[in-house]
Design a binder for this molecule. Structure first.
Ligand SMILES: [Mn+2]
Length: 322
């Protein structure tokens, strides 16, 4: 591909999209509230403008979202081979985030990234802006494309605004978040529903898993490091899958004196998915030493070995930085 890669502003991105008739949107693998909210909001806006639009993601968006927000069933994990004028990667910092769609995307010339992770410029047009959420950027685009936002679009945009800021509590939360949230509230965003689904609702299985993980809680360095774990045997006994374990790590870092929260989940025999959260402590550095990555205060990696050996490794490396 010889096309020149260039950066675009929100306004330029909106103009480019406005000129295209058939648009394919791609949410990132392991989809979160921001990629789902941003993709669906853009989809709804472009559909309103009479365009042919499709949404793809290489993984299902999850029961919580499909049950409470019917429309996301439109996100397909199978590319439909229609002809498109533009591919848009939503909330993807690099090509890997597209998962199995990466190759398809790479080979399509007319492409656009809309993202806030400050990553690679892997598309022809790159709207890569330092912002608390991709939904914030999509809000700028859809308000340029439509004279008025309806409650459905507003709800999806609000979804990304609040999930990527930990419900307006992380240190990336700025005045723009609240100004945009106020506008979305005015145009009918269902704030109660988004809050309930993403920050309150737990299945019985998830609650039991949390209880089991807490029963395995250990503390190190005078409580500055809090670790919990779930084994394959735990998951089997509680009839749970890996997806149900996401978010448990938060309970470790929620302890007042904790600076590092660690959650180990046995993904396959003697292979552990490690999730870390930090409070004023850079967990990305720790995870990078184990071949993982993420954000400064939320990172992960994979570690193989017997449970006690894996724990010992993590405790040692965290200890260097505490
Ligand atoms: Mn995001």
């Amino acid at each position: 591909m010889n096309s020149v890669k260039r950066t675009v502003t929100i306004s330029q991105a909106a103009n480019i999209i406005a000129q295209k008739q058939r648009v394919a949107l791609f949410a990132h693998t392991n989809p979160d509230g921001d990629t789902i909210g941003a993709t669906v909001a853009l989809y709804l806006a472009l559909t309103k403008l009479g365009k042919t639009v499709a949404m793809f993601c290489d993984m299902p968006v999850g029961d919580k979202v499909t049950t409470n927000f019917d429309e996301t069933r439109l996100i397909s994990d199978t590319y439909d081979n229609n002809k498109y004028d533009l591919f848009v990667a939503v909330d993807c910092g690099d090509l890997n985030r597209l998962g199995t769609f990466g190759n398809l995307y790479r080979n399509f010339a007319e492409s656009m990234t809309i993202d806030h992770h400050g990553g690679d410029y892997f598309s022809r047009y790159n709207l890569v802006v330092d912002s608390p959420s991709t939904c914030q950027l999509i809000h700028g685009i859809v308000t340029q494309l439509l004279s008025q936002l309806d409650s459905e679009i507003s709800t999806y945009l609000y979804m990304g605004l609040c999930t990527d800021t930990g419900n307006f509590s992380h240190n990336n939360t700025n005045s723009d978040c609240f100004l945009t949230a106020a506008k979305l509230c005015q145009s009918g965003a269902d704030i109660e529903k988004v809050n309930r689904v993403f920050f309150k609702d737990r299945s019985l299985t998830e609650m039991k898993l949390l209880g089991r993980a807490i029963s395995h809680m250990r503390t190190y360095y005078d409580g500055q490091m809090v670790l919990m774990y779930l084994t394959l045997a735990d998951l089997k006994e509680l009839n749970a899958d890996m997806i149900a374990t996401s978010g448990i790590v938060q309970s470790a870092i929620d302890i007042d004196v904790a600076k590092v929260g660690v959650m180990l989940t046995e993904a396959s025999p003697n292979a552990y998915k490690v999730s870390m959260r930090g409070k004023g402590f850079n967990v990305k550095e720790v995870c990078r030493q184990f071949g993982g990555g993420g954000h400064m205060y939320a990172s992960g990696c994979m570690l193989s070995g017997f449970l006690e050996d894996v724990i010992e490794k993590i405790v040692r490396v965290v200890g260097f930085d505490l």
